[in-house]
Ligand binder design. Sequence first.
Ligand code: PHE
Length: 330
Amino acid sequence: MEELEVNIIQAETLEALEKVRLELFGKKGVLAVEFAKMKDVPGPEKKAFAEGLNTTKNFLQESFDARYELLKSEAIDAMLKSEAIDVSLYGGLAQKGALHPVMQTMDKIIDYFVALNFAVQSGPMVEDDFHNFEALNLPKNHPARDMQDTFYFKDGGLLRTHTSPVQIRTMMQTKPPIRMIAPGTVFRRDYDITHTPMFHQVEGLVVDDKGKVSFANLKSILTDFLQYMFGEVEVRFRPSFFPFTEPSAEVDISCIFCQGNGCRVCSHTGWLEVLGCGIVDPNVFKAVGYEEVSGYAFGLGVERFAMLMHKIPDLRSLFEGDIRLLEQFR
Ligand code: PHE
């Protein structure tokens, strides 16, 4: 019966081997038939008969197992080979997308302040009168509200006109000291070459014990920041007004188009206005319940930065999705 091993050894595939398995070891297989003959073997010979049969069976089983392992590993090798990917194969150049120039600018601004340990905060775009105006020292009927043409909802809610409400929310949720920026989307009823109804701001706020935060701190950090953004520009602080800061300043950089000589972009002044800032008005601290603190705040328009950095003449073109413009920022 050992010659049956030939069937095992000659099985070339797992399927063929399975067929052999059924023929040999199956319920009606060769071995089963042989074992069935036991009952006809005379008593004294039964033992020897059974032993012989078992030896044969074990021999065939071992041979089968070895063959099975071999065919199985061959099958796996074949599968791996057929599924292999040639990673060195040239696949053509994929078209890559890119961050929108406004977001690239936003990221660059955020990177600067994060490196100086400012936390990044956010708040809702749909705000209420308290956070957007009232707490920022802009009571109802205050003339400065006209500076910010507001989109209102019927229920009295509004689309935030600046990122300053995030200052208020952060101060009401945490204790001083505070060192934060709030990048975000803001909305105003405006549409022309330098205004869109939706744009982005980055707000900054530092609050610490009374006397610890000064205008000098504000001046030095913003000067350094603007030179990081625009290179070797001159920076000047001009007295201005914001309801939530006192004193307030608007900050100009020397015109990057004409190096301060005067051109159309800077209206022949040699200067470009880029942000607003000031020392936090005591009324704002009162509104959020802070006592014995001092602070500074600043706010800037990200689109304006992007336009200046990339010399983009019309703000609206940033939002038209024209692929010819966007492709230049890949
Ligand atoms: N919130 C002001 C604006 O939108 C900018 C600003 C922020 C000015 C903080 C001063 C301090 O115009």
